[in-house]
Each structure stands twice: as C-alpha cells, then as structure tokens.
Write a protein that binds this ligand. Sequence first.
Ligand code: UT7
Length: 322
Amino acid sequence: MIVGTGHSVPARVLTNADLEKIVDTSNEWIVERTGIRERHIKEPGEKTSDFCYNAAVEALGEAGIAPQDLDLIIIGTVSGDMPTPSTAIFVQARLGALNAAALDVSAACSGFLYALSLADGLMAAGRYRRILVIGAECLSIMTNWEDRNTCVLFGDGAGAVVLAPSDGKHGVLSTYLGADGRLAELLWCPGGGSLFPASHETVDKKMHSLKMAGREVFLHAVKAMGESAERALAAANLKASDIDLLITHQANQRIIDATAKRLNLPKEKVYVNIDRFGNTSSASIPIALNEARRTGRLKPGMICLLVTFGGGFTWGSAAVQF
Ligand code: UT7
C-alpha cells in the first residue's frame, strides 16, 4: 500500500507569454490545443536527482520510514543525471538509504506506472517490504527550444510514493502494462546512444532533442489510455462508477477529457494540473497524486485509477485504494 507521497518541481516558472518571445506561438494556441499555461523548468546546475530527493524526503516523512529502512528504490526516468550510473544510485546515496538496491526504469512517460507495477509485484512476491518509487524527468535537457511543436509542452519535476505491505484493506488493487515497439520513431530522442553516439554531427542535427509526430501520438494515446483504464478496472473487478478519482498522465487536456468521457466520469472525478506543470512525463502522475492527497481531493479509502501513455509506445494503468 502507498504510505507516503511527495513531489518537487524547480522554482523557475516558464509561462506561455515567455514562450511567445522564443518561438512563433501564442498563449491562445497553447491553452486551446493543450491546456498548458505554465511549466517549471530547471536552472543550469539543478539535476533530476535533486527533485527526486526532495520528493522522497516528503514521502518518507509522511510514511514515517527512515531512509535506511528502504530495501529498494526504483525511478522511472529517461532524463536522469547522466547515462550511468542510474539516477536511483544518486538518490540512494543522498538519502543515506544504504540498505536499498537502486535502479532506473526506462519507459518514457509511462515510467512511473512501470516502476509502480514492478514494485508492487516484488512486494507481492515477498522479496521487498519498503520500496521508494519515483517518477522524475527533466525533459528540458532534451528539448529543442526552436521547435514550437514540442518546446511548449514539457516541464520538469519529480513525484514519489513509498510502498509498504498492504494491511489487507488498502493498496494497489491491479496494474496493467502494455507496449508497441514498432511505433518507437513517432516519439524519440535518437542521439547519444549506441546507434548515434554523441558527436559534433549529432549535436548540429539536434539529434539529442525529442522528436514527436504529435497528431499520431495523440490518436494512439487516446485509444491506449481508454483501453488501459478498462483493463485495470476489469482486473480489479471494478466498474468505472467505483472510481473516486481519475489521474491520467498530463500530456494534453483533450486526451484527459477523452479518457474521462470513455469512462463516463464527471469533471469532479478527474484530477487536472497540466495548466500549471505541462507534461512532466513520468513525473506527472505522482505529482498529481501528491497534490490530490494534500488538497483533500483524494481521501483515505478512496479508489483512484491511474492511467498513462508514452514514447515506445508504452502505456499502463493501476487501480489503487488509499
Ligand atoms: O507524453 C507522451 C505522449 N505525448 C502526447 O500524448 C502528446 C500528444 N499530442 C498532442 O498533444 C498534440 O498533437 C499537440 C499538442 C502536440 C499538437 O496539437 P495538434 O492539435 O495535434 O496540432 P498539430 O500538430 O496537428 O498542428 C496543427 C497546427 C500546425 O500548423 P498547420 O500545419 O496546420 O499550419 C502546426 O504547425 O498548429 C501548428 N502548431 C503550432 N502553432 C502555434 C504546432 N505547434 C504550435 C505552437 N504554436 N506551439
């Protein structure tokens, strides 16, 4: 069960008005097509593990669990501090969680739900008893600030949850994960790996930036998120009407609305913070989860449905009772 949550974002805010000065865009277009008004972007020198650490401290504090009592740390991220070691390693060291194994999971915007599902499975197998799961991203490091198709979308930040064995009444009720690797090219950052190692040429060609076929990604996201939501509900033997709060990946207000419509959920049962954070990739669900709990939208006993979609393509869902 989830016994603590936390989140952290950079202090610096980039508004749509700021973006109007950088690329040929407008506040009206961004708000109408995405729902985003502002996003948090890291300063030079700030790093992904900083936001992970802050989010973890808040989540562990609420859980009343000391870092040295953690036995595993999993971070969903594709924009960590450096290619190796993992960002989880830096978080482990800074927390002093020296009894915990630590690893990153790469599943783009689905990173948090992939990590949560892995953690839940390991917990159910009895292998681990205190797991810190984080979704964290600084996509601003792989943003082409000359490309209006993508640079208006993303924000930086991290969200964390602490898992402990269920008390039998509360916990993760079901999870579902999916992927279709044939569609990788529709949303990827091609440079910097073994295929196109970093070189002057890859930098000149902006191959270290995200490239996205927005319209195609949109259509796949609507379909996959609707289907994922239904899978997690069916696996937990729930109906859509049993859901108290829907928290989807915050990629686009129109995708959130389409998923809510498919489940026939009213606005009051749908958590939205894309207007203030933009698309924070794997961080978006745990940031929203923490806000929903802190503001009283998500109360003990409530059932929450988490649904995501991201590059890969990857997608997934989880039904959780708080
Ligand atoms: O997080 C992982 C998953 N990611 C997603 O789920 C993102 C999914 N995709 C989307 O959210 C949307 O496709 C976008 C928000 C990225 C784009 O919205 P759209 O309604 O699909 O627009 P579009 O890409 O079809 O572009 C429509 C027009 C184009 O102009 P023309 O060709 O019709 O003249 C674009 O050049 O809007 C133009 N455009 C912009 N105009 C002003 C694209 N970006 C901008 C912009 N400002 N920032």
